[in-house]
Design a protein around this ligand. Structure first.
Ligand code: ADP
Ligand code: ZN
Ligand code: ZN
Length: 802
């Protein structure tokens, strides 16, 4: 047999499979998807087996092939489907196959290399040095570097006294816990007879003999209330034994999830449910756009269809923008489907993630809930994929190898012949446009489940407030509304649009704003450390007392960060208990969930936060939502700024009055006439959609045109510009005159970390020569990056335009 292998070298010249001979003794264990160690030039490296070809099917001269050294996996980490997917992915998103494979696997699977020296001739090694080798006769390269022994070791290497070895470690150490089991369960009944006079021991043994209690830990036994001395006596008398059981790290273990029951669907829900269910039953790879206002019961529809999918012995995948932001969602899934649910997200440790991944691969979990990368979960029999909040930008992977989870999900649905459900209260323009053209099937749920009207939305013009002499961050109306809620002991959510709202320093005499010395961008002022920081390169310096430009002492902090806003709220409402949620207060693992829980339990009156409080929050006592600054996002140089403003405001507004109590929303803005804000007030998605579509058409943006953003960076401006012109030339050569190639122009962030950045924006509809051009550019600049750090970033379907 011959194995076609993708090797772990991310260079252009090796972005294809290589043939290796499968030795006799490995024929049994080798399968597509396993990782192998193979010779590659003088090196021994890791690779992934993509295909197996029997030797009579090929023309290749077998004696010219090198054999595979070693198979790393007993079971393949990659399913056959994922192997195929990697091929399409690397082609479609123009990325190296090896990078794609690595991106698809959880990081714990990716074996790490450790180089070490190994003893060949112990006699030739000085005693001092010999002590440092471990009992396997190895001395890690890293440790040798730290001990400054490398030079002497290299000397020994030359003389053949040691050799170089590569150790692959998986870093997935299994956690164990003391557990208890019956030594001879087959003798159970007669043993119990012996113990009739010893009720405490009898109870323990009877419990352990029950099939369902085979994996019980010592800790659990004690928790249930069995006596320690009875357990120990049983052990001494040879009835039971203690052992180390491997713990399946379930990050949600130990928590009690109340069993949630199905609800009778409303008419709107039923229509959606039946349409999707029909596609599940008919095994149709159809895409649905479920457009339902916040609180219309989308999640309930998902849950009930998943139930049906499981009934059919199939599996279901649910993607959410960010798990940490939706603990309530996870809870609902867990309480419906219990252990069948695998939860995948970046907050898990490598080991935990690997456990969840294996649960799916081995069929122990048939439902997954996870963020973007869980779209690669190794299901074998998918019955449906759901992407909740489908408009969210987090579904786009911004780092190489880039992808959009929606494209991957569509591919997998075609492969499995199953439906894809895109859910949102504010669909992306791209998706809604497809629905109007019947590429997607539109399902609408325009009313809330409990018939509760959507909250009343007021807009306050902050320019007017200022004209009336109100210089505070609260309009009169909002201040009053907060006061009322505090009196009534109802809860308040205050939303601060994070984007473009950090605080900075400004000289009142000359207008100077301190810039980062490496990047052309203003630095952010951090009060806790009294420092200026650059968020792009990490540069920081003490805040100046004097203007660096004119020497004036009138240099002040401007703008308002969350921390400052918290102080302002506290000053205005001294009795209010405030819970602040932002990057600073939620950086610790689990802290996000804890803050939300506190708020849910009424330990706070006001929840103040940035984007992260907009989603998933479902608390009955919230009756007021205040948006402090609606428009900071409107002014960003990004064609989606109106769409994002509409989406985030609609989402935040949806947090109010979700249950019995009527909700109120107050939006403060300097652009009260902007259609994005007006249409939020009217809760009129279609009106917004139609206006925004006109804007997009005129400016040739998606969904009318596809976009590719090319960013070229180098530390020398001239080099970067030269390369940008080259990229431009290549595009001109390959594309028709129907494509628009804009630039090269300096990027909106024209210099980051001392590197100059130029951009070319390509707008096109259908270009047969495009993929060749992209391939060529990717390969060409891959090499130039290796040689001279000249980088080209090809962003297909960009979400960040800066
Ligand atoms: P969405 O995901 O559209 O925001 P949810 O599915 O979270 O809406 O539903 C909103 C609230 O209504 C939840 O508290 C949910 O438990 C409840 N709910 C959903 N469907 C029903 C139903 N058919 N009957 C009663 N309550 C429902
Ligand atoms: Zn100045
Ligand atoms: Zn910087």
């Amino acid at each position: 047999m011959i194995a076609q292998v993708i090797v772990d070298v991310a260079a252009k010249s090796v972005d294809r499979t290589f043939d290796y001979l499968v030795p006799e003794d490995l024929q049994e264990v080798i399968q597509p998807g396993v990782r192998v160690l193979v010779p590659f030039g003088p090196r021994k490296i890791q690779g992934y087996v993509m295909h197996l070809v029997s030797d009579d099917e090929t023309e290749i001269e077998l004696n010219r092939l090198k054999p595979i050294y070693e198979v790393k996996d007993i079971q393949p980490e990659l399913t056959e489907e994922l192997v195929k997917l990697s091929e399409w992915y690397s082609h479609y998103f123009v990325a190296k196959r090896i990078s794609v494979l690595e991106a698809m696997l959880p990081s714990a699977v990716k074996a790490k290399y450790t180089k070490a020296f190994e003893i060949v001739d112990a006699e030739a090694i000085p005693e001092m040095l010999l002590q440092r080798f471990d009992k396997e006769g190895r001395y890690a390269y890293k440790a040798a570097q730290q001990n400054e022994d490398v030079a002497s070791l290299l000397n020994l290497l030359k003389r053949g006294a040691v050799k170089e070895v590569t150790i692959l470690s998986q870093h997935t150490s299994k956690k164990t816990q003391r557990a208890v089991r019956v030594i001879r369960p087959d003798l159970g009944d007669s043993m119990l007879l012996d113990l009739e006079k010893r009720p405490k021991q009898y109870d323990v043994l009877a419990f352990l003999l029950d099939e369902r209690h085979r994996d019980v830990t010592l800790h659990e036994l004690k928790e249930i209330g069995f006596s320690t001395s009875a357990i120990n006596t049983l052990e001494r008398n040879g009835f039971i034994e203690k052992y180390d059981a491997i713990v399946k790290r379930d990050p949600y273990a130990g928590r009690v999830f109340e069993q949630e029951t199905k609800r009778a669907l409303t008419d709107e829900q039923r229509v959606a449910y039946e349409a999707i269910n029909e596609a599940v039953a008919a095994q149709q790879a159809k895409t649905f756009l479920l457009h339902g206002v916040t609180g219309s019961g989308k999640t309930e529809v998902y849950l009930q269809i998943i139930d049906q999918v499981l009934e059919r012995n199939q599996e279901a995948m649910m993607l959410v923008p960010e798990i940490a932001l939706t603990p309530q969602m996870v809870q609902r899934f867990k309480s419906r489907f219990g252990d069948e649910v695998a939860v995948l997200h970046s907050g898990l440790s490598h080991g935990e993630r690997y456990d969840e991944w294996q649960k799916i691969r081995d069929g122990r979990a048939r439902v997954s809930v996870g963020a973007r990368s869980s779209v690669f979960a190794p299901f074998k029999n998918l019955g449906m994929i759901i992407i909740d909040e489908e408009h969210e930008a987090t579904y786009k992977q911004e780092d190489y190898p880039r992808y959009h989870a929606k494209d991957i999900a569509e591919w997998r649905c075609r492969y499995h012949h199953c439906p894809l459900v895109l859910g949102s209260a504010t669909p992306s323009l791209e998706s809604y446009a497809r629905a109007t053209k019947d590429v997607y099937t539109l399902l609408s749920m325009p009313t809330r489940v409990n018939q509760q009207p959507l909250p009343k939305i007021k807009i306050r013009d902050m320019r007017e407030e200022l004209a009336n002499g109100n210089r505070s961050i609260f309009s009169e109306d909002l201040a009053e509304a907060i006061e009322t809620r505090l009196d009534k002991r109802e809860q308040i959510v205050l939303f601060l649009n994070r984007r473009g709202y950090a605080s900075f320093m400004l000289c009142r005499d000359c207008g100077h704003v301190p810039q980062c010395p490496n990047c052309d961008i203003s630095m952010t002022y951090h009060k806790t450390t009294d420092e200026l920081k650059c968020h792009y390169c990490g540069h920081h310096e003490p805040a100046p007392f004097q203007c660096p430009s004119c020497g004036s002492e009138h240099i002040r902090q401007m703008g308002t960060g969350t921390q400052r806003v918290e102080e302002l709220i506290q000053a205005r409402f001294p009795t209010a208990r405030i819970i602040r949620m932002d990057v600073d207060t939620t950086s610790k693992k689990g802290s996000h969930e804890k803050l939300l829980k506190d708020f849910g339990e009424g330990k706070g009156d006001i929840l103040l936060g940035t984007q992260m409080i907009a989603k998933g929050l479902d608390f009955p006592n919230i009756t007021l939502v205040g948006v402090l600054n609606a428009d900071t996002m409107l002014n960003l140089p990004d064609f989606r700024s109106s769409e994002r403003t509409y989406q985030i405001l609609t989402q935040v507004a949806g947090r109010a009055g979700r249950h019995e109590k009527q909700g109120e929303v107050i939006i403060q803005t300097y652009n009260p006439d902007h259609y994005a804000i007006q249409d939020v007030q009217a809760n009129d998605y279609l009106a917004f959609y139609n206006k925004e579509m006109t804007v997009r058409q005129l400016a040739k943006y998606p969904p009318y045109f596809y976009l590719i953003n090319f960013t070229i960076t180098h530390e020398k401006m001239k080099e970067a510009l030269k390369a940008a012109s080259h990229v431009h030339q290549i595009l001109l050569q390959h594309l028709t005159d129907k494509a628009f190639i804009l630039g090269p122009a300096p990027a909106a962030l024209s210099r980051i970390n001392n590197e100059f950045r130029f951009q070319i924006l390509l707008k096109y509809k259908s270009e047969p020569g495009l993929i060749d051009a992209l391939r060529y550019l990717e390969d060409y600049y891959h090499e130039r990056y290796e040689q001279e750090k000249l980088a080209l970033r090809i962003d297909i379907g960009p979400y960040m335009m800066m």
